[in-house]
Ligand binder design. Structure first.
Ligand code: NAI
Length: 462
């Protein structure tokens, strides 16, 4: 039996970042992981591999649509799917090995196997029981399907199967117009698949600023994705090599059926806490199956904490990372803190979509007086040069104080641009603070400054 200050269960972005921070703070740390490689869903079957396929398919899109316009002519590109899969697997390998290296460098023990907590202060991995003063559960989440749908990860797939299809399908039905459905739907649409997205609501990307959501849907339609909105999927029947998807339109209850080679079920994720023994321990859960924690990520059982997708809040890798660092600091006697009001969200399609803070809808609902500063990428020289003029930056600021309350970007590199606004919000900045900050020319970032200027006396290039 070995003894640790901290044992973390799960090595996804929440768990591995937490482990590194604990080690940096002088705590003797181990991390339990049952997968063959570290990094959890994000590195193995989520964020990282999907970004590799998004990058490769975007390059193809550029070659097909924009190269000739710039005078780049010659052999047309074609897709070698096994090589693209190999590239993706290589990217996964480099990243997961990177975590293994960081564990060694920080003297973190990797306890290989699936962990459970037989009692507070003890973690069982295989036949070994280890002692820990503090246990942090970072066990993540898993896809949640719909009743009446059986996932086989071949024809009816989750995001995991969709990343490793044996061949590029001719027709794909995506159930759910959320982040996963639109990112992976984009990948296959660019690779030549006919993609039909079936969504229960009347708009895509629930919770997103409505104006961004409408623009986003229009741009995706231009790229060839088709949308069936207000449609509740009822069942998916798998035949030998195909599936039949039946849905009901909410407006008139009429039913329709479509065929597909592959059906991607992207209707959300749920916390993964199976086998941890939380019921026997008496750990309090929410009615949505999440582990209930207090403001310091502590559960009701002394010495047991939880972070990331298995607790409340957005299921985002970076939210889990922040919680991982903060709980490590709390355990080390420091003041770990996460500002949940400034966590960005990004969809890595093309164009990218990013947001932070309040939407116009939430501000209206709260009766908060605000002003809007908006700037189109059409007015940004760099974007025009790069065929990236679609989209805009929108900054929402308090009507009286000018303090930034939220921002919504659809356009080139939106996922990077948003961080300027996150930093501004962390410092309680006003839109004028951003507007008065010199921005290099020509950059996409100038569009952020212009949106900030538009909150005041006006943007220059509008
Ligand atoms: P989601 O919650 O974003 O979207 C699910 C969609 O499915 C919703 O629009 C919902 O209305 C629809 N839906 C549900 N039942 C339906 C039915 N019967 N028929 C038709 N439509 C139906 O879930 P998603 O995309 O699966 O993502 C899961 C989680 O993973 C999210 O929390 C997301 O934030 C996270 N994620 C984040 C990424 C990123 O930050 N880039 C990438 C991938 C996942």
């Amino acid at each position: 039996m070995s003894s640790y200050d901290v044992i973390i269960i799960g090595s996804g972005p929440g768990g591995y970042v937490c482990a590194i921070r604990c080690a940096q703070l002088g705590l003797k740390t181990a991390c339990v992981e049952g997968r063959e490689t570290l990094g959890g869903t994000c590195l193995n079957i989520g964020c990282i591999p999907s970004k590799a396929l998004l990058h490769a398919s975007h390059m193809l899109h550029e070659a097909e649509h924009n190269f000739a316009k710039m005078g780049l002519k010659g052999k047309t590109q074609s897709v070698d799917w096994p090589t693209m899969q190999g590239y993706k697997d290589d990217v996964i390998g480099q990243n997961t090995k990177g975590i293994e290296f960081l564990f060694k460098k920080n003297k973190i023990d990797w306890l290989k196997g699936w962990g459970s907590i037989p009692e507070a202060g003890k973690v069982k991995v295989g036949d070994d029981v280890h002692e820990a003063k503090h246990i942090i559960i970072a066990s993540g989440s898993e896809p949640s399907s719909l009743p009446g749908i059986t996932i086989d990860e071949k024809i009816v797939v989750t995001s995991e199967g969709a990343l490793s299809l044996p061949k590029i399908p001719k027709k794909m039905v995506v159930i759910g117009a959320g982040v996963i459905g639109l990112e992976l739907g984009s990948v296959y649409a660019r690779l030549g698949t006919e993609v039909q997205v079936i969504e229960y609501l009347d708009h895509i990307t629930p919770g997103m600023d409505a104006e961004v959501s409408r623009t986003f849907q229009r741009l995706l339609q231009k790229q060839g994705l088709s949308f069936t909105m207000g449609a509740a999927v009822q069942s998916v029947e798998t035949l030998k090599t195909k599936a039949k998807v039946t849905y009901k339109l909410r407006k008139d209850d009429s039913e329709a059926t479509v065929d597909a080679d592959v059906v991607l079920v992207a209707t959300g994720r749920k916390p993964y806490t199976d086998g941890l023994g939380l019921g026997e321990l008496g750990v309090v859960m929410t009615d949505r199956g999440q582990i209930q924690t207090d403001a310091h990520w502590a559960t009701n059982v002394k010495g047991i904490y939880a972070i990331g997708d298995c607790i409340t809040g957005p299921m985002l890798a970076h939210k889990a990372e922040d919680e991982g660092m903060a709980v490590a600091e709390v355990i080390a006697g420091k003041h770990g803190h996460v500002n949940y009001g400034a966590i960005p969200g990004v969809i890595y399609t093309h164009p990218e979509v990013a947001n932070v803070g309040a939407t116009e809808e939430t501000l209206k609902a709260a009766g908060h007086a605000y002003k809007v500063g908006k700037f189109s990428f059409m007015g940004n020289g760099r974007a025009k040069a790069n065929f990236a003029g679609d989209g805009f930056v929108k900054i929402l600021a308090d009507k009286e104080t000018d303090r930034i309350l939220g921002a919504h970007i659809i356009g080139p590199m939106a996922g990077d641009l948003i961080h300027e606004i996150c930093v501004a919000m962390e410092f309680g900045a006003s839109a004028q603070d951003l507007a008065l900050t010199c921005h290099a020319h020509p950059t996409y970032s100038e569009a952020v400054r212009e949106a900030a200027l538009a909150c005041g006396d006006g943007a220059i290039h509008a």
